[in-house]
Design a protein. Structure first.
Length: 236
């Protein structure tokens, strides 16, 4: 009988705790149980630390500080992956994202993005937006090319977050696909900006006069782009 009492497994204890490191609060779940080693894992609940009973709090904090980079990296990944996108701006309008559809597509008429399922949904939305961006940018550039009587040799998309567009001396234009989030007038400003570089590879007075000749309202939408640019960094 005594043997059975001593061998009885002690019930685990679960507590929510936090530690502040470099003015940053790290929340975690502390589980005390009958075990020999300390283990860390990160799932949808966040950081979970399992320890043997009576492990000193100071030792747990040493472990957290030692593994801080790993913890922050994986917490960021979990948070990013777990955030299901339900709507996203496309051409300045808020498109609803619907799951469990028959195929992956963008319905511009009804302002809907349709996805088959939720798996890798951010990658699929990014792919659909890039495809739409390439088509839309090409169409708008064709429209404005007639006004400047110049045309680029190649038009490609970039993943840039600091430069919306660029034009090389070889007359190749690159455009950030993220512009597809912006309203059409802002996109038109960026496209006309790059087209003007086909004649002036600088930002001289002549350059800005060229931009104005193609797109007279450019100052308004240049300012709007500056004011709202951070809202276009939705997807990696």
């Amino acid at each position: 009988m005594w043997k059975k009492l001593f061998n009885k497994t002690q019930k685990s204890i679960k507590e929510n705790k936090a530690i502040v490191i470099n003015e940053m609060a790290i929340n975690y779940i502390h589980i005390q149980k009958t075990k020999k080693n300390i283990s860390l894992k990160i799932d949808q609940q966040g950081l979970i630390i399992s320890t043997p009973f009576h492990t000193p709090q100071s030792y747990i904090e040493v472990i957290i500080k030692k593994k801080l980079s790993w913890i922050l990296e994986h917490l960021k990944k979990i948070n990013t992956d777990s955030q299901l996108i339900t709507s996203i701006p496309v051409l300045g309008k808020n498109f609803k994202v619907i799951y469990q559809c028959s195929n992956n597509t963008i319905d511009f008429k009804n302002e809907i993005i349709q996805l088959v399922n939720k798996e890798n949904h951010k990658k699929i939305i990014t792919m659909l937006l890039k495809e739409s961006a390439q088509k839309y940018f090409n169409e708008r550039l064709e429209f404005y090319q007639t006004k400047i009587n110049e045309h680029p040799n190649h038009i490609t998309l970039s993943n840039a977050k600091t430069k919306w567009g660029s034009c090389s001396s070889s007359k190749n234009i690159k455009l950030s696909w993220r512009l597809i989030h912006a309203k059409p007038e802002i996109i038109d400003y960026v496209l006309c900006h790059e087209l003007a570089h086909l004649k002036h590879m600088n930002h001289s007075i002549l350059f800005w006069k060229e931009v104005e000749s193609i797109f007279p309202e450019y100052k308004t939408f240049k300012k709007e782009l500056k004011d709202h640019s951070l809202s276009y960094f939705i997807l990696d």
